[in-house]
Design a protein around this ligand. Structure first.
Ligand code: 6LW
Length: 496
């Protein structure tokens, strides 16, 4: 069969995976968005369904006023003794912690902090011991992948933090994952930074604490030499063995736009790449060490079909799974009843690194049509294509003109411009439409049976290369302004 990458589309970076019986579970980082750490399940590695989030309570994660692309960094998901553990970092406070659950569909525990610095924590369990890895600096001041043993009940360190591997010389050594495979210990990591030079490297040894011998053909996986290829920045991977004994890497990458000055605006996504162990116990990955946008494979049975949901509506999404808020929302400002979402705004605007009244879904693909009927009571409300507080395109209704107007506002860094305004006169209701192509967004409105074109804006100004940071475009519904209120109905987001 043939499967296409990414296997999870849209802003879902830093995947980590584990398998229990015949089901795979996967988590991603979520930065300033709440709930934190989206959680997925799959039976076949190519079709993933979101089943919840790990961080659903403020007592688990403090996101108030965290900077954009701060907050929740790369998680690791592991299963030991009937219990799931998810460890991550709140990068804004630089605190590593883990939470656990005995019911993957239920709530997770309050956080248990670990007093080891760095980011990208990892857990490895063996013989009643829990090893905790992260990148960073050890107790002697040596930088690299750092390890200590912890008491898994309390998070207390049982041994000093010690550097166990310094990588192969690439910058930003991170994303460590430790495994025991056929009696040997493998330490997989990322190097090169999460941009175009990203890569997966690894080393192996005879003890969980090393010494580790690097694979002689590192990086084992990278697309850094494939300029112009759509799939870039592959790295930050987690190994998993399927039920038939085959190995795979789930890792991040992005789909670039633009050939000469490439950029990406959908965020870092989840890719699946086959891994093959040689008789010498070293493994290779992908197509000559690269990740392809599709793989022919006989490892997945032909009858498994890769399915893709193409149409998202209020009715076919679940509020606690598909949707996300900026930092900690005041839920009193959000209500949904019988197909109508009511948002009440506050003085907090989309231009602040705060929690405006905003609820969003990831933009998962390049070509799409997004539409929603918006009825304004007061203030301003509409749809925003949101990268961060300084980079977002808004299509909104507000009071203005000779009563109400629809505006297209572009926010790119210091430039904030209302490109078009259409007078709705006394009508406070319109259907807002955004057509997305790989390179442009086109803004339209439908009112009184007429379709009116506003303007277009380039996707590249919402990219990570322009905005910076680690997120991707979110399609947000919002209301702002003191006493602002609006009703949203008939949302559709259709991928072509
Ligand atoms: C993540 C780290 C990374 O923790 O980006 O550069 C960070 N790669 O592994 C945020 O996703």
């Amino acid at each position: 069969m043939k499967y296409d990458n990414p296997v999870i589309k849209g802003f879902y970076p830093d995947p980590s995976v584990c398998k229990v019986n015949d089901t795979y579970y996967l988590v991603c980082s979520s930065m300033q968005y709440f709930p934190g750490v989206p959680l997925f399940e799959s039976k076949d590695l190519i079709n993933w369904t979101q089943i919840g989030h790990c961080l659903t309570r403020k007592s688990q994660i403090q996101l108030d006023k965290v900077n954009s692309s701060g907050g929740v960094f790369a998680p690791t998901l592991r299963y030991n003794g009937g219990r799931f553990y998810m460890t991550t970092t709140n990068d804004t406070t630089r605190q590593n912690f883990y939470v656990w659950t005995d019911d993957i569909y239920g709530e997770w525990s309050d956080p248990i902090g670990v007093d080891q610095g760095g980011i990208d924590p990892d857990l490895y369990f063996e013989d009643g011991k829990a090893y905790f890895m992260s990148n960073g600096v050890d107790d002697e001041g040596i930088g690299g992948i750092v390890q200590c043993e912890i008491d898994i009940e309390t998070g207390r360190k049982l041994t000093p933090s010690r550097c166990i591997w310094q990588g192969t010389g690439g910058r930003y050594l991170e994303a460590p994952h430790l495994y025991k495979i056929d009696g040997r210990y493998y330490l997989v990591a990322a190097e090169g930074g999460t941009e175009f030079g990203h890569m997966v490297t690894y080393a192996r040894g005879d003890s969980p604490s090393g010494p580790f011998e690097p694979y002689s053909h590192n990086p084992v996986l990278t697309n850094r030499n494939m300029g112009g290829y759509e799939v870039q920045a592959v790295g930050h991977g987690d190994l998993i063995q399927d039920g038939r004994g085959n190995w795979w890497l789930l890792h991040l990458g992005f789909r670039q736009m633009g050939q000469w000055i490439p950029y990406h605006h959908l965020g870092r996504e989840v890719f699946l790449t086959p891994v093959t162990f040689g008789e010498d116990g070293w493994f290779t990955a992908g197509h000559h060490g690269t990740t392809l946008s599709s793989f022919e494979t006989d490892r997945i049975p032909d009858e498994v079909m890769q399915q893709e949901k193409k149409r998202y509506t209020f009715e076919n999404m679940e509020w606690d799974k598909d949707w996300c808020y900026l930092r900690h929302p005041d839920l009193g400002n959000y209500s949904y009843e019988q197909g109508v979402l009511e948002l009440r705004g506050t003085e907090i605007t989309l231009d602040q690194a705060d929690s405006p009244t905003f609820i969003g879904i990831r933009q998962k693909d390049f070509e799409s049509v997004i539409s929603c009927d918006v009825s304004l009571t007061q203030g301003e409300a509409g749809i925003t294509l949101y990268m961060d507080e300084n980079h977002h395109y808004d299509l909104a209704i507000r009071q203005g003109g000779s009563g109400y107007e629809v505006i297209e506002r572009l926010n790119v860094g210091d430039i904030k411009s209302i490109e078009k305004a259409v007078d709705l006169k006394n009508s406070s209701r319109a259907s807002l439409v955004i057509q997305a192509s790989p390179t442009h967004y086109r803004f339209l409105l439908r009112a009184d049976g007429q379709e009116i074109q506003l303007g277009t804006a380039q996707t590249k100004y919402l990219s990570s290369e322009v905005a910076g940071g680690f997120t991707g475009v979110i399609i947000g519904l919002y209301a702002c302004g003191k006493d602002a209120a609006a009703q949203f109905s008939n949302l559709t987001c259709e991928y072509l």
